[in-house]
Ligand binder design. Structure first.
Ligand SMILES: Nc1ncnc2c1ncn2[C@@H]1O[C@H](COP(=O)(O)OP(=O)(O)O)[C@@H](O)[C@H]1O
Ligand SMILES: [Mg+2]
Length: 371
């Protein structure tokens, strides 16, 4: 048997960030050293079908899946395999580690991580808890606030409360927060469903819009900000890269800006003092640790231009990973090139798996004491 590491790179998926994920996975696979890795591309269609085969990336880009075959993950603990199913039989495909490159719901939110845990197979990135809490902006804020980390003042609203009495909800928002405010669905990314709101009429429209994406909504005080981003990498002893900045072109960093007309620019390292950079890095590390992250995450921090305070905005446990994305860019400016970063993420996945299994062994030993 070859001594290469078999990596199943999982991409696409059922979220709105399907296309971005394909580009991230394409770049990752191209950068993986074929002398070290044997790559199995596994694409998940928007309907949730898992497909594999040569040229899977190109097939997903074209939306033509005809040359691909369906695979399923064997969820039996320790099986380490995908099963390629035929009508009457199946073929086993051994996998050493899974590398999910999925953004948003059904990928970055703990669901696929739960599947890998059931199968007890190594995988890269954060585990179930950090992924699911990190995906939900209200939960993330609750945990950060409890840990004494600075967050932006906000109100959490349930869709049902909104539908039952919108006037009452709007009164509460207007009493507790001043315009402008930001309205966001708790569980989206890419600025989908996010609105900047300056008056009552816009508030109503923004709430309707956000409720069409999620049943948990947050309304946040709008600040005049500089948008800083910090890349974190590691398990027990995570490290940060140089902080980067998004220089936003329009009113705010919206979907258009991110993917369509791209008026925003990014700058790495950000043009900030060394002292401010260290403050952002320390805050990002604490934010990462309290959520029990491992592997990698990108922590987004707002610098308030008026008060000069820092506030945590959000965490992305599977940040964009194309060769021009912020996360890899921040590492390459800090001495870890794209290829090396992938090696390190895979290594961290194996280490995390080994640690969990060691813990299981000690639990088994402890179990004997109670017999
Ligand atoms: N409280 C706020 N004050 C000022 N701008 C904000 C605020 N919240 C969000 N924004 C703007 O909206 C963008 C998207 O919001 P964000 O919470 O990062 O959602 P997403 O997960 O979709 O990226 C931010 O990058 C920023 O430009
Ligand atoms: Mg964001």
């Amino acid at each position: 048997m070859s001594n290469k590491i078999r990596v199943a790179v999982v991409f696409g998926g059922r979220s709105g960030e399907h296309e971005v994920s394909i580009v991230s996975a394409k770049n990752i696979i191209e950068a993986m050293d074929p002398k070290k890795y044997d790559v199995i591309p596994v694409g998940i269609t928007k309907e949730g079908k898992w497909l594999s085969g040569d040229g899977a990336i190109e097939s997903f880009q074209k939306g033509d899946y005809s040359g691909l075959t369906e695979v399923v993950l064997n969820a039996k603990s320790g099986a380490h395999e995908l099963l390629h199913l035929d009508e009457k039989t199946y073929e086993k495909i051994h996998v050493d580690i899974f590398f999910p490159v999925l953004h948003g719901p059904f990928g970055e939110d703990g669901t696929i991580q739960g599947l890998f845990e059931m199968a007890n197979v190594p995988y890269t990135g954060c585990g179930v808890l950090a992924s699911s809490v990190g995906m939900d902006k209200l939960m993330t804020k609750a945990v950060w606030e409890e840990a004494g980390l600075p967050i932006i003042p906000y109100i959490g609203i349930n869709k049902r409360a909104w539908e039952e009495n919108p006037q009452e909800v709007m009164r509460r928002i207007e009493n507790e927060l001043d315009y402008p405010v930001f309205v966001k669905p708790a569980n989206m990314g890419s600025s989908v469903g996010v609105s900047k709101v300056k008056n009552t009429k816009q508030l109503q429209e923004a709430m309707e819009e956000a409720c069409s994406f999620d049943h948990r909504i947050l309304v946040e005080k709008g600040l005049e900000i500089r948008e800083l981003e910090c890349a974190v990498l590691g398990n027990d002893n995570p490290k940060t890269a140089h902080v980067g900045e998004v220089l936003v072109g329009g009113e705010f960093y919206d979907y258009n800006d991110k993917y369509i007309d791209g008026k925003s620019r990014t700058q790495v390292p950000a043009d900030i003092s060394r002292h401010l950079e260290q403050q952002v890095q320390n805050m990002a590390l604490r934010a990462y640790k309290v959520l029990d992250c491992c592997g990698l995450a990108r922590v987004d921090v707002f610098y308030d231009r008026k008060t000069k305070d820092l506030h945590l905005n959000e965490i992305n446990t599977m940040p964009g990973f194309t060769t021009i994305s912020m996360y890899p860019k921040m590492w390459s400016k800090s001495g870890i090139a794209y290829e090396k970063l992938i090696d390190r993420i895979i290594q961290l996945g194996f280490e995390q798996h080994a640690k969990k299994n060691e813990k299981k062994v000690s639990y088994e030993r402890a179990g004997n004491w109670f017999k």
